[in-house]
Each structure stands twice: as structure tokens, then as C-alpha cells.
Write a protein that binds this ligand. Structure first.
Ligand SMILES: *Cc1c(COP(=O)(O)O)cnc(C)c1O
Length: 500
């Protein structure tokens, strides 16, 4: 299996090389030259398999230059009963025709763990396979969930160091405490004065600093990123869609529910990574019907799927589902490449237009395919609060703000036109991660400190706090540095340990 760029360059690189490289030289994203298709027999064989077994099978289809033993080792290290206490991706029944796919049982209680527990292992294996010498320094700017998930994923993994910069003003109290209490011998964390853009620009300027990179090279180190455009972060997400479909099939819900043997899947969407993985699973032959793309008030994708016009020229809105506050969904480029029949020149044109004018319009043929495969909707903060309240009262199930957006969109879709199919609602975060907003949605009083909301939510609902968020207020802060942007280089140099 070789990989090519969405903008036309046909490198024909192996999986391990694209995981090391991240982004193609022409600015495009790497995709498999051909999407592998499963036989019905292969899919049926996944029913009843463990998450680890499902993972090995799916990864085997994409990581052509990894040996069976290498894949086994990566999977065994990532998906352990200790890291995923409540199971990797259980489906909890919400009502007769909806199940919630809970993807937040990992160490940081957000779905990014599903990819970031595995990706560091894929990267370390790739570096070794290609005999890349020296130490990789993973540098991340985060607005919240990614930073903590990356820290946990890379903590004490191989010859890698990880440094995370988060905006001093711009992450929740829970997220901040999760990061500043991070353990591990190869981790560094600091706050950058300012907002997310300041942190992001700091990181970008370090990546672009020739002098700094040269000094690193003299110490036998090099910078790399762990963001969601790396194929190594996308491929782990395909696994849970097969695992989900196998669970639904095993419970007899595909046939029983007066449906046509397919399941609809509703995904709370930001950078389009999660729902793109669902698209790949469908193309590979998983019995998936409609892909329902749910956005918050930053509803660029809703408009795009409905009209074929992608237009980021609009106000950025800060919402209670911050991980979906995105106006440029990078991974959409991969979908458009597939729908255009691998027309790299055409995709390069669209992306040029996005960079220049902040918008593009797709062809009628792509528009047709979009409306055939996708349904889209959005939900604002008021709707999010109402939905959390409704589902708790009616079903006794607690949604986080991101999942509530999706739940509301799914509900609205069904009122417009019910497909009759069973639907899987993809849940991307534990409600305890966004405890203050969930508490106020339930009409409960907010405690004085934001961190106190976690305990308060448990007291109000009688539900246990997940392991990763228990006792957070009492954990010692071990990363207290607060930097001005211009101090970040020096800070990073001081933190890095030269390879042995
Ligand atoms: C990252 C994230 C999302 C958005 O996922 P994409 O793959 O970027 O679409 C949704 N919900 C939560 C809680 C997240 O952390």
C-alpha cells in the first residue's frame, strides 16, 4: 500500500514514511493510493472480536510496510485494560433506535486518546524502520483536548520528547490542570501569555526558525508535529467504526430495526478527522448508511454540505463545545480528493482559492455525491444546553457539550425525515470534562471554582467521575512555567535532553 498527496504529487511513499513526514511537499495531505475493500466474509469475521483484534485487522490493511509483529506490538501497548478502563469503544443503548458510541474511556477522557494512544507507537516504529537517527521532538500548540491527549500518548514512549504550549487565557480549568500535572520523563509543558493564536504562532515560528532547527540537528534532534493531518492519527480512527458496526450487527439491530441493513452515524465535527474516518470505513465496506455531520455555531460545514460552497469568511464564535470551534476543517481536503476521483490538480486549485479568498465552490458532481452520502446540521449553545437537559431527564444519560450538539442534530434530522435505520451517536468527550457547562444545563448551581464543578456534577447526577479526572484539584502542579512568546525557544532548549 503506497500513499500519494491530495494535491497531485505521486510520491508513492510507504506508510511509515508518511507517518514520519506528516504533510506532503506540495502542501497536500497523504492518502492511500487505493482504499482497501473488505469482503463480506472479512467483515462478518470481525463480529465479536476484541478491540485489539479489530485494530490489528484494520491496521494490517493500511500499514503495508509494518510487519505483523510490529502492528501487534503497537496495538498491545496502546489499547490496554488499564488505559481504557470502561472498554475502548462501547455502545450504550440510549433508546430503541439509538446507541451512543463512547470514545472517551481513555486516559484523558476525550476521544483524541483513541488515536493518540496508538500514533506515538506507530511513529516510533516508523522511525526505527527507516533508520532515522536522533530524537524526535514533538511540539504541540493546543487549545485544549489535544495537548493532554498527546502528552499521555507520548509519555515515556521511546526516543521521543514532547513539549506542549497552551494559551494562558484560553483553556478550561480542568484542561489546564490536566496538563500542568502531567507526569513522565520526556514531557515539557508551559503556558504562553495570550490566546490560542499566540500559542499557535509561537509554535509555527519555532518550526520555521532555521537557526533553531540547525542547533537542534547539532544535538541530533529534530522537530515533528502530532496534529490531525498526519495519517498516523487518522488511521486509528477507522478502527472504531468497524468495531461499532460489528457491535450493532451482533445485537441484531441492523435487520430488526425495519432498516435496510445499514446504520446511520452522527459525528460531532471540527477538523473533519473523525467523520472522515467514518467515510473511509464506509468505503471499505462497513454497513454504514448516512454520515450525519454535526457542527456548532461555527457552521461552515453545514453550509458546505448543503450548498457546495465552502466559505470561511464569517465571524469565529466561541462556544461551549470549543473543540469544534474551527473555521478551516483541514481533513475535508482528503474527502474532496476522493470525491473528485483523485484529481490532485483540481484539489490544489480549491485549496489555493481557500488560501486566497477564504472560499471555494465544488463541482456539481461532487455536490451530488456529498448530498447522497452526508446529512448536515448545526446546533447553537442554547440548543446544546436544552439537549443535555432533555436527554438527562428523558433517558437518564449524561451528554457532554460536543456530543449534545450531535444528539440535537440527529434528533432534528429524524424529525425532518426518518430513515428508519438504527443510528450511532458518536460521543467524543466525558461530560466531566466540560462539567461547568453540563451542570448549568441541568439547572444546578455552579460551585465557586471551575475545578469544583467535577465533584459537583457527580453529586448532582450520582454518577462516578472517570479515573482521569478524579482528584484533579489535589494533584501537585509540576509544570508551572508561564512564558512570553519570545521566551519559548530558550525554554524549549533548556528542557530538551540530548539523545544518548
Ligand atoms: C477534537 C474534538 C472534536 C472534533 O473532532 P474532529 O476530528 O476535529 O472533527 C469533537 N469533540 C471533541 C470533544 C474533540 O476533542
Amino acid at each position: 500500500m503506497n500513499y500519494i498527496s491530495t494535491r497531485g504529487q505521486k510520491d508513492g511513499l510507504s506508510a511509515s514514511r508518511v507517518i514520519i513526514k506528516g504533510i506532503a511537499d506540495d502542501g497536500g495531505l497523504y492518502v492511500p493510493e487505493k482504499i482497501p475493500v473488505l469482503t463480506k466474509h472479512e467483515f462478518d469475521a470481525l463480529i465479536g472480536k476484541s478491540y485489539g483484534e479489530t485494530a490489528k485487522f484494520v491496521l494490517g490493511k493500511f500499514l503495508g510496510d509494518f510487519s505483523k509483529a510490529e502492528i501487534e506490538q503497537c496495538v498491545a501497548g496502546a489499547y490496554t485494560a488499564q488505559s481504557f478502563e470502561g472498554g475502548e469503544a462501547p455502545i450504550v443503548e440510549l433508546d430503541g433506535d439509538t446507541g451512543v458510541l463512547e470514545l472517551w474511556h481513555g486516559p484523558t477522557c476525550a476521544f483524541k486518546d483513541m488515536a493518540l494512544q496508538l500514533m506515538p507507537r506507530l511513529l516510533v516504529t516508523s522511525l526505527a524502520k527507516n533508520e532515522v537517527k536522533g530524537k524526535a521532538v514533538v511540539l504541540v500548540a493546543t487549545s485544549g483536548d489535544t495537548g493532554k491527549a498527546a502528552l499521555e500518548g507520548f509519555r515515556d514512549v521511546g526516543a521521543v520528547e514532547i513539549a506542549v504550549l497552551f494559551p494562558d487565557e484560553g483553556v478550561s480549568a480542568v484542561q489546564k490542570r490536566q496538563m500542568t500535572t502531567q507526569l513522565g520523563g520526556n514531557v515539557a509543558v508551559a503556558a504562553v501569555r495570550g490566546n490560542f493564536d499566540d500559542a499557535q504562532n509561537t509554535v509555527k515560528s519555532i518550526f520555521a526558525d532555521v537557526n533553531f532547527n540547525q542547533k537542534l540537528a547539532e544535538k541530533n534532534m529534530f522537530l515533528t508535529s502530532a496534529n490531525s493531518i498526519n495519517w498516523g492519527r487518522l488511521v486509528p480512527q477507522i478502527i472504531y467504526y468497524f468495531y461499532a458496526c460489528a457491535q450493532v450487527k451482533a445485537r441484531g439491530l441492523l435487520e430488526q430495526n425495519y432498516s435496510d441493513g445499514f446504520v446511520d452515524i452522527c459525528v460531532p465535527t471540527g477538523n473533519f478527522g473523525n467523520i472522515l474516518a467514518c467515510f473511509y470505513a464506509k468505503k471499505m465496506g462497513a454497513p454504514i448508511g448516512k454520515l450525519i455531520c454535526a457542527s456548532n455555531s461555527n457552521n461552515v460545514l453545514t453550509d458546505f454540505i448543503k450548498s457546495g460552497v465552502y466559505d470561511r469568511n464569517r465571524d469565529f464564535i466561541k462556544t461551549s463545545s470549543p473543540s469544534m470551534d474551527i473555521l478551516i476543517s483541514s481533513n475535508l481536503e482528503r474527502l474532496l480528493f476522493e470525491l473528485s476521483g483523485h484529481d490532485g490538480a483540481y484539489i490544489a486549485e480549491l485549496m489555493d482559492s481557500l488560501a486566497k479568498d477564504g472560499r471555494y465552490i465544488v463541482s456539481d458532481e461532487i455536490k451530488r455525491q456529498l448530498s447522497e452520502m452526508f446529512t448536515a446540521g448545526f446546533c447553537d449553545d442554547t440548543g446544546t444546553q436544552k439537549e443535555i437537559n432533555r436527554v438527562w431527564k428523558e433517558r437518564g444519560y449524561l451528554l457532554d457539550t460536543h456530543t449534545a450538539v450531535a444528539s440535537d442534530v440527529l434528533h432534528a434530522c429524524r424529525e425532518r425525515q426518518n430513515s428508519g435505520r438504527y443510528a450511532v451517536l458518536v460521543s467524543t468527550a466525558s461530560p466531566y470534562k466540560f462539567a461547568s457547562d453540563v451542570l448549568s444545563a441541568l439547572g444546578a448551581e455552579l460551585p465557586e471554582s471551575e475545578l469544583g464543578s467535577v465533584e459537583a456534577l457527580s453529586a448532582v447526577t450520582g454518577q462516578p467521575i472517570p479515573k482521569g479526572l478524579r482528584g484533579l484539584a489535589e494533584l501537585p502542579v509540576v509544570h508551572g512555567d508561564v512564558l512570553d512568546s519570545c521566551e519559548a525557544r530558550q525554554w524549549l532548549s533548556d528542557k530538551l535532553k540530548a539523545p544518548r
